[in-house]
Design a protein around this ligand. Structure first.
Ligand SMILES: Nc1ncnc2c1ncn2[C@@H]1O[C@H](COP(=O)(O)OP(=O)(O)OP(=O)(O)O)[C@@H](O)[C@H]1O
Ligand SMILES: [Mg+2]
Length: 458
């Protein structure tokens, strides 16, 4: 596709969404990137500015394009996303139907995005859908998560991502979101499977369990290598969506994301899922970021990480469903409890039972209050922390303001290496907030974790 055409298309789309055209700098960055070149040096030289300045402008540009195209755009995927969007755009105008924006094309153009190995005309070969959700919890209520669902759906159906890590602190809604996602896209698969690894099964046990869905018990081989290769065959032959939940149960009490002894073959299996060509997708839910996945999720590989955050204003629906009052104060409550649906559910029950549902009265207490259920919830990830991680948490819990990394040394009785590793690990457990302010990295704890650590250290 002509470079000029792609540039013009990007500019038109940005203009129709933001009312502004791409400026010269943005166009130069895009042009260099689309030609597969390292843009920063060249653009900085041509425009007589610093590379840092160009990088900041580029990061702004990727944000704008992400917003316009409804999926995360980076220098590594911008060309593919623009070309695909342009293709769909021309396709929808060619057949003269109103398909709306590129993002809305999702459902319409799925067939176009399929791999060449799939049947030419899927309508002629209707497939049978096998769903096995095992012991997945039933979802009774589900609020919002529209953009999260759309991004994940894009990754799976358009980008053909083979391995996705759905990450976030306990209670943030990973299980709920993945089940809702399954519900939305299941008809595009031959097999949809959900399994929880909460009892830490070995890889051998997990593979046997999965193979039982595809074949007779007598056909399941004994040897683990043959099991892996059989599973990969099924993932090639059928389009499967497999969610493995509670992956953190494979990790030990060492630094975050390290596999327990005896579980080291899981990362090898996950790497094969990422590297071997097939038409399926494996989603791993975890409240610790698996180390290997972090390494595998480079721009050019079909592996992504999605960190689930606050439920945002939609969390008001949780408070509404508990019939709480003082709606004007709900946003404060949601902010304090980080938009975490589970934390808010537990706290809303407490407010209903002991404060007659009056949120304003509850907020007059010293915040945040952690009910027993919430404390138990938090005790699980805390039970895994190393001594150095705990020391970092205690130090941060006692700071009134966020602190720089260097301020942690000398104050915590561990070596700088141990402290640095502990901070990294806490980040991978989503227990630490890291923000950058004027090139200074600042560390802090959210109010709920702070309160928990303080109450624990008394
Ligand atoms: N989008 C949502 N709308 C309504 N309720 C939600 C939503 N997301 C999560 N919840 C509720 O929050 C609670 C926690 O959600 P969930 O179990 O999915 O979290 P999780 O991230 O899987 O936690 P864990 O890591 O401990 O397994 C559940 O009671 C669930 O019903
Ligand atoms: Mg869960």
């Amino acid at each position: 596709m002509e470079l000029k055409e792609v540039l013009r298309f990007a500019d038109e789309k940005v203009f129709s969404k933001t009312g502004k055209h791409l400026d010269d700098l943005q166009e130069a960055i895009l042009k260099e990137t689309l030609q597969g070149r390292k843009y920063a040096t060249k653009v900085a030289q041509d425009r007589n500015c610093t590379e840092g300045y160009v990088r900041v402008a580029a990061s702004e540009l990727w944000k704008i394009l992400s917003d316009v195209f409804g999926e995360e755009v980076s220098k590594g995927n911008v060309r593919a996303i623009l070309e695909r969007a342009k293709f769909y755009n021309s396709y929808s105008s060619a057949i003269g139907e109103n398909y709306g924006t590129v993002n809305n094309n999702l459902n319409v153009c799925k067939e176009r995005a399929r791999s060449p190995t799939e049947p030419q005309n899927p309508q002629q070969t209707p497939k049978q859908l096998h769903i096995d959700l095992g012991d997945a919890p039933e979802i009774f209520t589900f609020f919002d998560r529209t953009s999260e669902l759309s991004t994940l759906e894009n990754w799976i159906t358009q980008d053909r991502t083979r391995l996705i890590a759905l990450l976030g602190i306990s209670g943030i809604g990973k299980t709920t979101l993945s089940l809702r996602l399954i519900d939305g896209i299941k008809t595009q698969f031959d097999y949809v499977i959900y399994r929880s690894l909460r009892f830490s099964p070995t890889l051998d046990a997990t593979l046997t369990n999965l193979l039982q869905i595809f074949s007779q018990p007598s056909e399941i081989p004994q040897n683990i290598e043959t099991k892996i290769s059989q599973i990969l065959d099924y993932l090639r032959k059928y389009r499967c969506l497999i969610v493995l939940d509670d992956v953190q149960m494979l990790f030990s009490g060492q630094l975050a994301g390290q596999y327990k002894t005896g579980y080291e073959d899981y990362p090898l299996f996950f790497k094969l899922i990422a590297d071997v060509c097939h038409q399926s997708c494996l989603i791993l839910n975890s409240w610790e970021k698996p180390r290997d996945i972090a390494r595998l999720s480079k721009d050019d590989r079909p592996v992504r990480c999605f960190v689930l955050g606050s439920l945002g204003v939609a969390a008001k629906e949780i408070l509404k469903s508990q019939k709480l009052s003082d709606e004007e104060t709900w946003s404060t409550l949601i902010d304090i409890y980080q938009g975490n649906p589970l934390w808010l559910e537990l706290t809303a029950t407490l407010i209903r039972e002991l404060f007659g549902g009056r949120v304003a009265e509850f907020l007059q207490c010293e915040m945040p209050i952690l009910d027993e259920g919430l404390q138990f919830q938090l005790s699980q990830p805390f039970g895994r922390l190393t001594a150095a991680e705990l020391a970092v948490m205690v130090h941060l819990a006692n700071q009134p303001e966020p602190v720089a990394m260097s301020q942690c040394f000398n104050k915590i009785p561990f070596s700088p290496s141990e402290i640095v590793n502990a901070v990294r690990s806490l980040g991978s457990r989503f227990l630490l907030d890291v923000v950058e302010e004027e090139k200074i990295i600042l560390l802090s704890l959210n109010p709920v974790l702070k309160q928990y650590v303080i109450s624990m250290s008394i």
